[in-house]
Ligand binder design. Sequence first.
Ligand SMILES: NC(=O)c1ccc[n+]([C@@H]2O[C@H](COP(=O)([O-])OP(=O)(O)OC[C@H]3O[C@@H](n4cnc5c(N)ncnc54)[C@H](O)[C@@H]3O)[C@@H](O)[C@H]2O)c1
Length: 293
Amino acid sequence: MAFNLLKGKKGLIFGALNDKSIAWKVAEKAYEEGAEIVLTNAPFALRLGDTEQLAKACNTEVIPADATSVEDIENLIDKTLEIFGGKFDFILHSIGMSPNVRKGITYDNLNYDYFLKTLDVSALSFHKILQVSRKKDALNDWGSVLALSYVAAQRTLYGYNDMADAKSLLESIARSFGYIYGREKKIRVNTISQSPTPTTAGSGIMGLEGLMDFSNRMSPLGNATAEECADYCVTMFSDLTKKITMQNIFHDGGFSSMGMSRRAMDVYSKNLDECCEFRDIDFKDITHKFEEF
Ligand SMILES: NC(=O)c1ccc[n+]([C@@H]2O[C@H](COP(=O)([O-])OP(=O)(O)OC[C@H]3O[C@@H](n4cnc5c(N)ncnc54)[C@H](O)[C@@H]3O)[C@@H](O)[C@H]2O)c1
């Protein structure tokens, strides 16, 4: 059901590769909610992906841009301003890639050229987009800029590798630029920290299936889907969230506040006999004494 939340608004969406992409769902919802949108992705992604198909469905255009190239972003912002006939209201940064993750290189053996690439693609690109947009005065007052993050920015999760560092930087950029853009133009800058989601980028993470099952069991509301993430992004682009800025907002069914859940404990307990490191302790004895006490 649409609420016309974005009626009259215009926005630029990075990162819709295929119909699994979070950005794809955001584009569909934003369009459904009355927004005019422009899509962009890296030239290689436009060759491999289905972005043109989405553009047709949303009655719009795709402008190629490598988000690590300031020149490409300048061209992208100029063309977007041209298409919209003036300033616009929101931007979604939905970009992530780690060559170390792709090549299965572990965190204690990182290739530093790849590491720099991870940071450039997944985090610095956000700064570049914000900086170029500000210099070109591309966004209307009270605009909204979002990037997508993951809880590994705050807590160590096995297998997330150098993407964890990239997400920490991404969230920091949202705070630092959020101050500047907020004070000058009332533009808000936030990150949404999303549950693990089965997408092309997500599937690169080691053991995604196990991770999704674990976080689903840990979260009282269950994992958030890409569609639900899109609903949340649309709300953050709307005028209903005008005073939220410089935040990292968890959209994860409660996972980030949990330590252990009953549903996770149920699965964990199943092979506890084989691998428990506290085998020498007589738990029955302790429980018994505790009950007596
Ligand atoms: N899938 C998950 O589990 C999950 C969880 C939390 C956050 N996120 C974040 O959500 C965002 C979107 O990822 P997704 O899961 O939808 O996967 P996805 O693979 O569909 O999207 C990633 C996008 O990044 C684009 N990209 C890569 N390099 C680029 C470059 N140089 N210039 C421009 N674009 C480039 C890709 O073309 C692709 O469209 C990422 O920031 C990701 O880290 C994903």
